[in-house]
Write a protein that binds this ligand. Structure first.
Ligand SMILES: [Fe+2]
Ligand SMILES: [Fe+2]
Length: 143
């Protein structure tokens, strides 16, 4: 069952970035499903379950980096006034994922609250900071 659902009012009015955001939601859902599956079976972690969780974490991290870089490049290219704020927020989120991956590697445990946090952070980021660039990028012909 997905933890996060796309809604039309999450649009940032730049098609490519809406697509990126949808893919990020999918990556969070994939990680959530993989973790839940493990808990639904039994409490022992088999190597294949550990691998599946690591793979889901890797996908989330890689796609997050891909999307943030694309957004930052576009905003920097057009000299977006709040670029620094975006960059700082992106770095914070990336570091959260990296820290969670490290913690999982060391303890073999993932807190379900982490998934709730990632979901909430991403939605809030899209609704506030990302949506703030909509008008700016649209005015530069980026739609
Ligand atoms: Fe974004
Ligand atoms: Fe962003």
């Amino acid at each position: 069952m997905p933890i996060v659902h796309w809604r039309d009012d999450y649009t940032v009015k730049v098609n490519i970035f809406d697509d990126h955001h949808k893919t990020l939601f999918n990556a969070i859902n994939q990680l959530y499903d993989t973790i839940l599956e493990r808990y639904e079976q039994d409490q022992t972690i088999s190597p294949s379950e550990t691998n599946a969780i690591q793979t889901a974490f890797d996908s989330l991290l890689h796609y997050t980096e891909y999307h943030f870089t694309a957004e930052e490049k576009e905003l920097e290219y057009h000299a977006y006034p709040d670029y620094a704020q975006q960059k700082k927020a992106h770095d914070f989120f990336k570091n959260k994922i990296i820290a969670a991956m490290e913690a999982f590697k060391n303890s073999g445990e993932v807190e379900i609250e982490l998934l709730e946090f990632l979901k909430r952070w991403l939605i809030d980021h899209i609704l506030v900071l990302d949506r703030n660039y909509s008008g700016f990028l649209n005015s530069k012909g980026v739609t």
